[in-house]
Design a protein around this ligand. Structure first.
Ligand SMILES: Cc1cc2nc3c(=O)[nH]c(=O)nc-3n(C[C@H](O)[C@H](O)[C@H](O)COP(=O)(O)OP(=O)(O)OC[C@H]3O[C@@H](n4cnc5c(N)ncnc54)[C@H](O)[C@@H]3O)c2cc1C
Length: 303
């Protein structure tokens, strides 16, 4: 009997796609296969055809990812420009439904326009809802999972389920997932009425604060390290005299010491070597071990 015809895929499939084109540090080698689904059905059809052992890397805006120079051996699924449905999802306006490809800034703006409070801190996070769920992204004391009612999870066998946070291990900038979990498709966020516009005002103020204290607009991945308990990674790095420290095309920002910036010609190895150097110096001088917040994935370049 003939093999069943594979289901036609409508999205973009590329081979040896350079991930430096898709990460905010603008470094990273090629992915064996790169897929941008046309829509949700296309994504589900694609996943159904994936070999069960295929390594998969989800990609939002690549704003928290260091992909090594040798690239990724497997399939990258990018939700950039896909799965971008966003709507009020309850008659009383107490819930917002956002698909995983929705940009956090758009989500915050949408909530503000609908006079809903509870999502404002996301305004300055340059990632997608999927990336924010995977990282438990947060700012100014707010965390992504703090407002999550439920998430739509895709499993390796193609199963799709709405789950509450109790199915995940949620901690500061880290989320552990249930067995055979593959990725986030959408989330429902609880919101409240912002009757006096106070929340919208606070959102504007937090954006202004960010602009004043962070090198916004330069290639970075935001905060490189998690803050250790009771302290700030930026304070420790600065106290160790590492502001401006450079390795190749990667350097510690003068404005915010927890940001590593890249310049033209930088490679992922420059960033990773600088990360190791910072960990080593801070440990030697303060006894505190910093842990990267950014996800480091892929293979080193061949010698
Ligand atoms: C200038 C700047 C400022 C920043 N400020 C903040 C901040 O204030 N607070 C903060 O927390 N972060 C901040 N970040 C870091 C980053 O924006 C967040 O971590 C963001 O949530 C990452 O989203 P992303 O879509 O870009 O994810 P990516 O970087 O593309 O991916 C990050 C991780 O999430 C996984 N992932 C992505 N989508 C999915 C999905 N659909 N399903 C399962 N896994 C998925 C990826 O595989 C990867 O492991 C900042 C970054 C920059 C560049």
């Amino acid at each position: 009997m003939a093999e069943p015809m594979p289901i036609a895929i409508r999205g973009l499939v590329k081979h040896d796609e350079m991930l430096s084109r898709h990460t905010s540090w603008r470094v990273g080698g090629p992915a064996d296969r790169y897929f941008e689904p046309a829509d949700r059905e296309d994504l589900l059809a694609f996943v159904e055809q994936l070999p069960s052992e295929e390594p998969v890397l989800w990609l939002g805006l690549g704003s928290n990812l260091l992909v090594r120079d040798g690239g990724f051996r497997g399939t990258v699924i990018s939700l950039h420009g896909a799965l971008d449905e966003l709507r009020l999802d309850a008659e009383d306006g107490s819930r917002i439904h956002a698909e995983a490809g929705v940009h956090c800034a758009r989500l915050a703006k949408f909530a503000g326009r609908a006079s809903r409070a509870g999502l404002g801190f996301r305004a300055g996070i340059p990632g997608t809802v999927g990336g924010a769920l995977a990282m438990n992204a947060g700012a100014w004391g707010g965390e992504t999972w703090g407002a999550v009612e439920s998430v739509e999870a895709l499993f390796r066998d193609g199963r799709v389920e709405w789950l509450t946070s109790s199915a995940f291990g949620i901690a500061y900038r880290t989320v552990s997932t249930p067995p055979d979990f593959l990725g986030f498709l959408a989330a429902r966020f609880a919101v409240t009425a912002d009757a006096d516009g106070g929340y919208a005002q606070a959102t504007r103020e937090s954006l202004a604060k960010r602009k004043a204290t962070q090198p916004v607009g330069k290639p970075s991945a935001g905060s490189t390290f998690r803050n250790p308990p009771g302290d700030f990674a930026a304070r420790l790095i600065e106290a160790c005299g590492l502001k401006g420290h450079r390795i190749g095309g990667a350097l510690v920002s003068q404005q915010h010491a927890n940001f590593i910036l890249t310049e033209d010609g930088a490679c992922a190895a420059d960033v990773e070597t600088l990360i190791h150097h910072i960990v080593h110096v801070v440990k030697a001088q303060t006894g505190i071990e910093l842990h990267p917040e950014v996800k480091v994935v892929g293979e080193p370049a061949h010698a």
